[in-house]
Design a protein around this ligand. Structure first.
Ligand code: SF4
Length: 318
């Protein structure tokens, strides 16, 4: 099978072995975060619609689970853009819950949870993982660069309502970026907000994969000390994931590289560890995909990452 809407399973730092589902085209988002691992947002929009046909996603999931040998730890709705923009999200979640055993996770920027119908659509997930990078408007505009219709006060209110109403777990994530949200003022303000929000877990992340803007840097150690002081319950996930990508859903190495790297930039090291192919073959296929402008290689820290390129970006670059 060469899946279009699902990818992996891939190793995830919080969700173990996670099968990803992508209901939204690449970089279709109502934010344009400076740290986005998928690159710059090419389509900043706030329109809720059925971007990819729900029936096709369902058919792919059924095929995957008919053939799967090892069940993933989670089925995670995440993908290439913001899943809350998908109008059939509630139906998709309900379909997964009714047909498959693994719990459902939703990774989201949380922007539209203030809308009653959107909040209703996510009610059934086993765990929701929204991002809360800041509670200060000016920083929100600098770090998340939201669509003009998105106001921080609505986002923060929507998260609180979701936490109150959701039956599953609520895990908040802060992405710390040097010089943007790593000051004492920022972290103290976040800690005050978390006292109201009461998430089940709080994760502190840093840009471990290549960010959209190359000037984005991980914060200094002093920021981690501030987190320990003000948000002592927070868990740090500032490390690369362990585990491997499961290649069994893909007919070819090239399909795997393109499919996974568009949603989840992969380090060359992880790819080599996950597939049963020689380094020469892997490097040859990577070169060909680079030439076809389907992927690009990015050096980040000490590692080389592979990031997939969408059709739209390819056309825009010509
Ligand atoms: S990190 Fe998430 S919310 Fe931010 S631009 Fe990328 S896809 Fe959108």
């Amino acid at each position: 099978m060469n899946p279009k809407y699902i990818f992996g399973p891939v190793p995830s730092r919080r969700l173990g072995n996670s099968l990803g589902i992508n209901p939204i085209p690449l970089k279709t988002c109502n934010y344009s975060c400076v740290y986005c691992q998928l690159g710059k947002t090419s389509d900043l929009k706030n329109e809720i619609k059925e971007y990819f046909p729900l029936e096709e996603i369902k058919a792919e999931l059924l095929e995957f689970f008919q053939n799967v040998r090892n069940l993933p730890d989670y089925i995670t709705i995440v993908g290439e853009g913001e899943p809350l923009l998908y109008s059939k999200l509630g139906e998709l979640i309900n379909f997964i819950k009714s047909n498959f055993l693994p719990p459902v996770a939703l990774i989201t920027n949380g922007s539209l949870l203030y809308v009653d119908s959107v909040r209703k659509s996510v009610k059934e997930v086993d765990v929701i993982l929204p991002t809360v990078d800041t509670v200060i408007s000016e920083t929100f505009k600098k770090i998340n660069r939201p669509h003009k219709e998105i106001k921080l006060e609505n986002v923060l209110e929507g998260l609180i309502k979701t936490r109150e109403e959701i039956e599953g777990d609520f895990w908040a994530e802060i992405m710390l970026v040097k010089g943007l949200n790593d000051s004492e003022e920022e972290i103290k303000a976040l800690s005050e907000y978390f006292k109201k929000l009461e998430p089940h877990r709080i994760f502190i992340n840093i840009p471990v994969r290549p960010p959209a803007d190359s000037w984005v840097k991980a914060p200094d150690l002093s920021a981690f000390h501030l987190v320990e002081k003000y948000i002592p319950e927070a868990e740090f996930i500032n490390f690369s994931e362990s585990g491997m990508i499961d290649p069994s859903a893909y007919d070819s190495l090239k399909e795997l590289i393109v499919s996974v790297s568009r949603r989840h930039p992969i380090s060359l090291e992880l790819l080599k560890k996950s597939v049963n192919e020689s380094d020469e073959k892997i490097e040859k296929e990577i070169k060909e995909l680079e030439k076809e402008e389907k992927i690009k290689l990015i050096k980040h820290g000490t590692k080389i990452f592979i990031r997939g390129i969408s059709e739209r970006t390819r056309l825009l670059n010509r």
